[in-house]
Design a protein around this ligand. Structure first.
Ligand code: AMP
Ligand code: MG
Length: 252
């Protein structure tokens, strides 16, 4: 993880970033229409990150131009009720996108090898086995027509401090802050190890991880949008051919 600079800008320009993003979003919109029309395959974008790295902002910014009918966003919280009594993949599987849909996970089954590990909710004998389950689960999704793309929004400790303070100071943002966020911040190195391990163990050619620099919102948004665009282009969805029965039909 030390190799990746959270403040990286890839030589992109802040001034033109908004226009660049709009351009990417127009292409996303066109490809989403094809994906939905084709109705055969789906795409799942998984967003994982520490608090205040910008998962919500990424979803809001990137998906605002797309047809909401084709996008399914799920935010995973502490498992409650039935979720907690089933296996950890149960709720995740239920939220996976259907044919023609783009699914977005704001947190995911990766919490079950991250927070669960760091906070000791389960012993190593339980969470260690999950890397294999997750790889097999994602392989199954791939084989059944769901392309999985995973982004870790990489925010620095200093930037997180600024954003937390901002949440505390701004009345419109205070609701985002929980006292527990500070406890998690104290566990920074343990989360770092857990993230490194999880990314290493589950980055596959079928379901790769991208480490996205997240200290600059404009870089983060543009990077995730481009990753999504590349994935959709790779799928190259096609409008279905019209029914031959209507070939010579003229509407009068
Ligand atoms: P937020 O994303 O700020 O709404 O917070 C959601 C909280 O739910 C975070 O603190 C996550 O760590 C927690 N969470 C999500 N999934 C799990 C899980 N499988 N086990 C335990 N905690 C979880
Ligand atoms: Mg939070």
């Amino acid at each position: 993880m030390k190799k990746y600079d959270p403040a990286e800008t890839f030589g992109w320009h802040r001034e033109s970033a908004a226009a660049d993003l709009e351009h990417v979003k127009l292409q996303l919109d066109k490809l989403q229409q094809r994906l939905a029309a084709e109705n055969r395959r789906s795409l799942l974008l998984i967003l994982q990150a520490r608090d205040a790295a910008g998962k919500d902002g990424t979803v809001r910014t990137i998906f605002s131009g797309l047809n909401p009918a084709g996008v399914r966003v799920t935010s995973f919280k502490v498992p409650a009720g039935r979720e907690a009594s089933q296996d950890y993949l149960w709720r995740v599987h239920m939220a996976c996108p259907g044919d023609g849909e783009i699914g977005v996970f704001n947190r995911s089954h990766y919490e079950d090898v991250l927070v669960v590990r760091v906070k000791g909710f389960e012993p190593p004998s339980v969470w260690k086995k999950r890397f294999r389950h997750i790889n097999e689960f994602e392989r199954m999704l791939h084989d059944e027509g769901t392309t999985v793309v995973k982004c870790f929004l990489n925010v620095s400790k200093a930037e997180q401090a600024r954003r937390f303070q901002d949440r505390l100071d701004d009345p419109a943002k205070g609701w985002k802050f929980r006292e527990g966020d500070l406890a998690d911040r104290k566990l920074w190195p343990k989360f770092q190890t857990a993230y490194e391990d999880a990314i290493r163990q589950t980055s596959t050619s079928r379901a790769p991880w991208y480490v996205v620099p997240a200290d600059h919102n404009w870089v983060r948004n543009l990077a995730v949008a481009k990753i999504l665009l590349e994935a959709l282009k790779g799928l190259d969805p096609k409008f279905p051919a019209p029914d031959p029965a209507i070939k010579n039909v003229r509407v009068v």
